[in-house]
Design a protein around this ligand. Sequence first.
Ligand code: TDO
Length: 183
Amino acid sequence: MQFTETELQGVWLIEPTSMVDDRGSFTRLFCEKEMADCGLATRFVQHSRAHSVKKGTLRGLHYQEEPYAEIKLVSCVRGAIFDVVVDLRPNSPTRYNWLGFELTPENMKQVYIPAGFAHGLQTLTDDTEVSYLISQFYTPNASTGVLYNDPAFSISWPLMPTAMSDRDKRWPLIRRRTAAGAS
Ligand SMILES: Cc1cn([C@H]2C[C@H](O)[C@@H](COP(=O)(O)OP(=O)(O)O[C@H]3O[C@@H](C)C(=O)[C@@H](O)[C@H]3O)O2)c(=O)[nH]c1=O
């Protein structure tokens, strides 16, 4: 496995190293030791999958408030996604910066998202499935979000959104949220 820390400190791209032979290939997707050697969390308490029917489906941008903030390890197991992280850490020099990654079952890339980030994704094909390893239990009262097209982030989504939850269409702008006292 190849671990690369991105320009957003704490966000890592994990790429596989496949062993190929006449039968096919073998690929390690998770290694407690290799993760720990990079200082990454290795304890995940939930493993979830989300299926999206339509190309262009947009989910996010989501996070859980402290003390339920999550670390996520995201990959795409069917179809293709554009996966997005946004730095919301109050004292971060890259606060409100974002990064996007194309994840597919073929490239087997995984994005490691630390606490303090919002996460979202857009599907690039019909019939897409995303896998999440998550470090915290789902806590609906702590679950919140920011708007996918908030000008504070200026995220370049690859497609016009074709499907979104009502909740995701209505998150407040980050400026309004921070003015109201939340981080
Ligand atoms: C996220 C989640 C949702 N649910 C339920 C709540 C609801 O009835 C249904 C769908 O929930 P949502 O609309 O929040 O699903 P979704 O919009 O796919 O939420 C996900 O979005 C991406 C971007 C993430 O980063 C994930 O962590 C998660 O927040 O599933 C759980 O039971 N457990 C969970 O962990």
